[in-house]
Ligand binder design. Structure first.
Ligand SMILES: Nc1ncnc2c1ncn2[C@@H]1O[C@H](COP(=O)(O)OP(=O)(O)OP(=O)(O)O)[C@@H](O)[C@H]1O
Ligand SMILES: [Mg+2]
Length: 250
C-alpha cells in the first residue's frame, strides 16, 4: 500500500459525491497525520459536514478513496463498524442526558463502549473511576461532576459530549462547529481543550470562528465547492487571494 496511506490516520483521495446532480464534494483530497489536530474552514455549503458524513459512513462517495489508520478502507464499512474502529463524531447540537449528572453521563458512555446492556448490576472498577476523573479534568467539568447536565451552560454541555466521546477512546475525533453559541471564554477554553485531547489522538475540527482557529495554531484546510482551496498555516491560508475571495472577504 502507498506510504501516504500507511503513514496517515485519515486519507482522502479524489472523493466526490453528488446530491441530485449537485457536487457537494468534488475530487476532495487531503491527509491527516496520526496525532494531528487539523482545522477545516470554508464557506457555507463548501462540503465540510458532507466530508464528515463520508468519513463516518453516513454518506457513500460516488468515487474516491477513504482510508483510516493507515490501512482500513472506510468505503467498505458501515456507520456502526466505523464507530467501532475508533472514529468518534461530535455533531453540532449536544445530546447529553439532561436528567443525569455529569458523572453518570460519562459512566453511561464508558459502559456503552463496553457493551454492558444494563448498568444496574455493573460496578465501576477503580480504573473506570480514574478514567472518568481524567476525562472530567480534560473537559473542564471536575467541579460540576455531581450536577445535572441540564444545569450546565451550553458550552459545558458541548464539553460533556466531547467527554462522552472520549470515554469510547476514539483514535480520531471529528468535531463540527463546537464553539457556535459559546461565550468568548468558553471558546478560548475549547481551543485549549482540543489541543489537550490531540496529545493522545487525532482531531479534525470544523469551525467558522476565525479567532478560535487562530488560537488552535494548527494546520488549516480551507474547502470551497467541495475541494481544497488552500492548506497551511492560518497566516498562509488567510492571505491566499482565493480564500479571501471565496470565504474571508465575504
Ligand atoms: N444528504 C444530502 N442531501 C442533499 N444535499 C445535501 C446532503 N448533504 C449535503 N447536501 C448539500 O451539499 C452541500 C454541502 O453541504 P455541507 O453541509 O457539507 O456544507 P458545509 O461546508 O458543512 O456548510 P456549513 O458551513 O453551512 O455547515 C450543500 O449544498 C448541501 O445542501
Ligand atoms: Mg456544516
Amino acid at each position: 500500500m502507498d506510504a501516504k496511506i500507511t503513514n496517515s490516520i485519515l486519507y482522502l483521495d479524489n472523493v466526490s459525491v453528488s446530491f441530485d446532480g449537485f457536487r457537494a464534494l468534488n475530487a476532495l483530497s487531503f491527509v491527516v497525520e496520526p496525532g494531528e489536530l487539523r482545522a477545516i474552514i470554508g464557506p457555507n455549503g463548501a462540503g465540510k459536514t458532507t466530508m464528515m458524513d463520508i468519513i463516518t459512513g453516513k454518506t457513500r462517495p460516488d468515487q474516491g478513496e477513504v482510508y483510516f489508520d493507515g490501512a482500513v478502507d472506510l468505503t467498505r464499512k458501515d456507520e456502526a463498524e466505523i464507530a467501532q474502529l475508533g472514529i468518534g463524531r461530535k455533531f453540532q447540537k449536544p445530546t447529553v442526558f439532561e436528567s443525569h449528572t455529569v458523572w453518570d453521563n460519562l459512566e453511561l458512555a464508558l459502559n456503552r463502549k463496553r457493551g454492558v446492556f444494563s448498568t444496574l448490576f455493573y460496578r465501576l472498577t477503580a480504573e473506570d473511576k480514574a478514567r472518568i476523573e481524567e476525562i472530567l479534568a480534560t473537559v473542564r467539568l471536575t467541579a460540576r461532576k455531581d450536577d445535572y447536565a441540564a444545569n450546565l451552560s451550553h458550552g459545558q454541555k458541548q464539553w460533556l459530549e466531547i467527554g462522552m466521546l472520549l470515554a469510547q477512546e476514539p483514535k480520531l475525533l471529528l468535531v463540527d462547529e463546537p464553539v457556535a453559541g459559546m461565550t468568548d471564554a468558553e471558546t478560548s477554553e475549547t481551543a485549549l481543550l482540543l489541543k489537550d485531547i490531540a496529545k493522545t489522538r487525532s482531531v479534525v475540527v470544523v469551525e467558522h470562528d476565525m479567532g478560535f482557529i487562530r488560537d488552535l495554531g494548527v494546520k488549516v484546510t480551507c474547502l470551497a465547492e467541495g475541494s481544497v482551496l488552500a492548506e497551511g498555516s492560518i497566516d498562509f491560508v488567510s492571505n491566499d487571494p482565493k480564500v479571501i475571495e471565496n470565504y474571508l472577504g465575504r
